[in-house]
Design a binder for this molecule. Structure first.
Ligand code: C5J
Length: 225
């Protein structure tokens, strides 16, 4: 269909073409959300990220019912670390044995296909949904995402994920510069720092939506159901 739904959003209504919109679930990984992973290794307060799980579940449910394509990104490095810049390996001065590639409680930290690198059970991908491994913070850097979106005729992206001001905001800015109309689902994204989440949303929608729009999962669900 060529139907266009309307999401009540900030800074103003978001037109959502039902056959040209995809959902990008950014890095809902055990590595960021559970003990023994990468986020934990960097000394973060993991409890903060749990708050956005219900909103992310509501978004997934509505998007699946509306048959929107869903992309799940995973921040991940190859086992031989050939896609890991030295600056990322050493950044944060992690404790001995807690660097990217080291063996942690959930397997090697931030390495593709290790148990800790997978998505949390509550938001597990379904067969047929796209998994996208990315070595950087942004989902477009060194990945097949842009080609995949073009092949599927996607022009509009709904973003969710962790963390708001790092991988989610970076990916949304990359998408905005590539011409995609982007909306951040505000209760489906979380940060270790609640004040950074609030600031990221505010800076995205400021200046008439300089990076894009924001709305909660209920507003998105109401528009696409
Ligand atoms: C971080 C991410 N925060 N997924 N990664 O290192 O936001």
């Amino acid at each position: 269909s060529s139907a266009v739904a309307t999401v009540i959003a900030k800074p103003y209504d978001y037109p959502l073409p039902l056959d040209k919109t995809a959902v990008v679930m950014v890095d809902f990984q055990k590595d960021f959300m559970l003990k023994g992973g990468f986020g934990d290794a960097l000394g973060n307060d993991l409890a903060q990220l749990q708050e956005c799980v219900p909103g992310a579940q509501a978004l997934l449910k509505a998007a699946r019912a509306a048959h929107l394509p869903i992309v799940h990104t995973l921040e991940a490095h190859k086992p031989d670390l050939s896609d890991l810049h030295p600056c990322k390996l050493t950044r944060g001065n992690p404790k001995e044995g807690m660097r990217i590639g080291d063996k942690g409680a959930m397997g090697r930290i931030l390495i593709r296909d290790e148990p800790g690198n997978g998505i949390v059970d509550e938001l597990a991908p379904l067969p047929g949904e796209k998994l996208l491994h990315k070595p950087g913070k942004g989902a477009f850097y060194n990945t097949e995402l842009e080609a995949w979106l073009q092949a599927h005729g996607i022009t509009h992206l709904l973003f969710a994920g962790v963390t708001t001001e790092v991988c989610v905001q970076t990916s949304m800015r990359e998408a905005n510069d590539r011409g995609y109309e982007c909306l951040l689902v505000s209760d489906a994204t979380g940060s270790y720092f609640p004040e950074f989440k609030a600031a990221a949303i505010a800076m995205i929608v400021a200046q008439g939506g300089i990076v894009g729009w924001a709305a909660d999962s209920a507003a998105v669900a109401a528009a696409i159901e």
